[in-house]
Design a protein around this ligand. Structure first.
Ligand code: APR
Length: 228
C-alpha cells in the first residue's frame, strides 16, 4: 500500500474530553455558529468570538492526547507515505507525537492579524484590544478557518488525494465541505476508502467501515497496518 491519506475530525479528540460539533450536546447545539465561527460574526462582535475561542483554547490546552492520537503518531513514524490531514484545531495530534500535521481549519494555538495577515503563537487568552505584533493594529483573531473562508493547504491535500491508494476518515461526520468531498476525490483516483467512526457517517460511502470509539478502533487498525 503506497500512499495513505488520513483525515481526522472531532471524533478523534472526543475521548480526550473535547466536544464534537454535531453529536448530542455538541458545540453547534449550544452556540450559534454564525455568531462565533464566521467573519461576519467576528466583525459584529469580536469580544464574543474571542470569548468562545478562549474557552476552546483552555479546553484544548488542558486536554491530553488519547490512544488514537498516539497510534496515529506511531503510524506516521513508521510510514513516511502517510499524510495526516485534520479538521481539528486542537494540537493533540502534535502532543501525541505526530509531526507534519496538515491543519486545514487552522489551529487554536495560533493567532492571526485580520489587518496585515501576520501570524504568531496565540497567548492562552486573546482579547479584542490585543495589538498585532507586526502592525500594532487591534485586529487580532484566532488563526482558524471560519465558515465561508477557504481552508488551508488545499493544494497539498489535493496532490495527496490524487496519489494515495488508501483514504481513511476518522471521527468525522462528513458534513462540511471541502473535507466531506475528500472520500469521493480519493475514490475517483482509484483509492480504497475506509471510515473509522463511532457511528458510520453514510452507508455505502466508504468501501470499508470500522465502527467503534477511536481509542479502540484506531490503535487496532494501526496495528493491522503495521503488521502488513
Ligand atoms: N470515536 C470515534 N468517532 C466519534 C467519537 C469517538 N469517541 N465520538 C464521536 N465520533 C464521531 C461522530 O460519530 C461524528 O461522525 O465524530 C464525528 C463528529 O462529527 P462533527 O461533530 O460533525 O465533527 P467534524 O466532522 O470534525 O466537523 C467538521 O465542522 O464545524 C466544523 O470546522 C468544524 O472541523 C469542524 C467541521
Amino acid at each position: 500500500m503506497a500512499g495513505v491519506v488520513i483525515l481526522t475530525g472531532a471524533g478523534v479528540s472526543a475521548e480526550s474530553g473535547l466536544g464534537t460539533f454535531r453529536d448530542v450536546g455538541g458545540l453547534w447545539t449550544r452556540y450559534d455558529l454564525t455568531e462565533v465561527a464566521t467573519p461576519e460574526g467576528f466583525a459584529r462582535n469580536p469580544a464574543l468570538v474571542h470569548d468562545f475561542y478562549n474557552a476552546r483554547r483552555a479546553n484544548a490546552l488542558d486536554a491530553a492526547p488519547n490512544a488514537a492520537h498516539l497510534a496515529l503518531a506511531r503510524l506516521l513514524d513508521a510510514r513516511p507515505d502517510v499524510t495526516l490531514v485534520t479538521q481539528n484545531i486542537d494540537d493533540l495530534h502534535e502532543r501525541g507525537g505526530a509531526r507534519a500535521v496538515i491543519h486545514m481549519h487552522g489551529q487554536i494555538t495560533r493567532a492571526r492579524c485580520a489587518a496585515c495577515d501576520h501570524r504568531w503563537d496565540a497567548p492562552r487568552v486573546m482579547d479584542r484590544s490585543d495589538a498585532c505584533p507586526a502592525c500594532a493594529r487591534p485586529a487580532t483573531r484566532p488563526d482558524i478557518v471560519w465558515f465561508g473562508e477557504m481552508p488551508y493547504h488545499m493544494d497539498r491535500i489535493a496532490d495527496a488525494l490524487a496519489a494515495c491508494d488508501l483514504f481513511v476518515a476518522i471521527g468525522t461526520s462528513g458534513e462540511v465541505y471541502p473535507a466531506a468531498g475528500f472520500v469521493e476525490e480519493a475514490a475517483a483516483f482509484g483509492a480504497e476508502t475506509l471510515e473509522i467512526n463511532l457511528e458510520p457517517s453514510a452507508p455505502g460511502r466508504f468501501d470499508r467501515v470500522i465502527q467503534g470509539p477511536a481509542t479502540e478502533a484506531v490503535p487496532a487498525w494501526v496495528a493491522e497496518v503495521l503488521a502488513t
